[in-house]
Design a binder for this molecule. Structure first.
Ligand code: B1M
Length: 210
């Protein structure tokens, strides 16, 4: 489909100028905002990552692709909230990208999804020091701490958060996710759960809070 491919290409080319226009055209065709994210924007940024990985793309192209994607997601975000309506508070979630890691597109999607499902979400942002995560979780009596990491060099920080939380006797369940994380890694570091994507995070939390 030509319109969808145009959006895909806009992320690949880091075309910030046209992407909102193209997204609007797709919305006019009644494509759901969530489907634009899941079926076009995420596959596109994954392709950017693949090109970067194989050194066909370099940092400027990686940044431009991410910026174009972010523009589109920020634009679609208010529409996503409407799709699911508002629900009552089901629990408090502290979410953060761990220390040393500035990737936040995936974490933001998870936060958005959880808000839509009626969780009270406190988003601490990216590159968040372990101490801040623990401090906020205590202060807000968090039920869940959700951690994101996108790099093999930063995922180890998740283990530190889990250790610290245990030391401090926090009651919060800790869940992890991000491109480099696997179910097995989550188990190894003693996390309470792992979600492969934003779509499955609400279910995971629901099962942990039951
Ligand atoms: Co960078 N980056 N990046 N990057 N980047 C990766 C992660 C990389 C895999 C690219 C590659 O080489 N193929 C690679 C890491 C290699 C590794 O460690 N294995 C990498 C690198 C090396 C770097 C730099 C070091 C590059 C440099 O400077 N030389 C640098 C790091 C800086 C730092 O953090 N200190 C860097 C910088 C950047 C940008 C700033 C340009 C940009 C980020 C912009 C931003 O986030 N605001 C960027 C991007 C865009 C990527 C790729 C291409 C795409 C990431 C993304 O947003 N994906 C990425 C390649 C890739 O992952 N394929 C790459 C889309 C997003 C929706 O998916 O985040 O996986 P994701 O989230 C999913 C799930 O994982 C899950 O749900 C989400 C939605 O379904 N999920 C969770 C995520 N968090 C969750 C938390 C949960 C549950 C589920 O809670 C429990």
């Amino acid at each position: 489909d030509e319109g969808k491919y145009e959006i895909y290409k806009a992320v690949l080319k880091g075309n910030k100028k046209d992407i909102i226009n193209l997204v609007n055209k797709e919305l006019d065709k009644k494509t759901l905002p969530g489907d634009i994210i899941d079926n076009i924007l995420i596959p596109a940024i994954n392709e950017v990552g693949r090109l970067f990985d194989s050194q066909k793309y370099f940092l400027p192209q990686l940044i431009a692709g991410a910026e174009a994607m972010k523009l589109a997601i920020d634009y679609l975000e208010p529409m996503l909230t409407k799709e699911n309506g508002s629900a009552k508070n089901k629990g408090t979630v502290i979410i953060a990208t761990v220390s040393g890691d500035i990737h936040d597109i995936g974490k933001n999607l998870v936060a958005l999804m959880l808000k839509n499902y009626g969780y009270r979400v406190i988003d601490l942002g990216k590159d968040v020091p372990t101490e801040s995560i623990i401090k906020e979780a205590k202060k807000e009596s968090a039920d869940i701490i959700a951690l994101s990491a996108l790099m093999t060099t930063t995922m180890v920080e998740m283990e530190n958060v889990i250790k610290k939380a245990k030391e401090e006797g926090l009651k919060a369940k800790i869940i992890v996710g991000g491109a480099v994380i696997t179910e097995q890694y989550a188990r190894e570091i003693g996390a309470d759960g792992y979600a492969p994507d934003a779509g499955t995070a609400p279910e995971l939390i629901k099962s942990l809070l039951e």
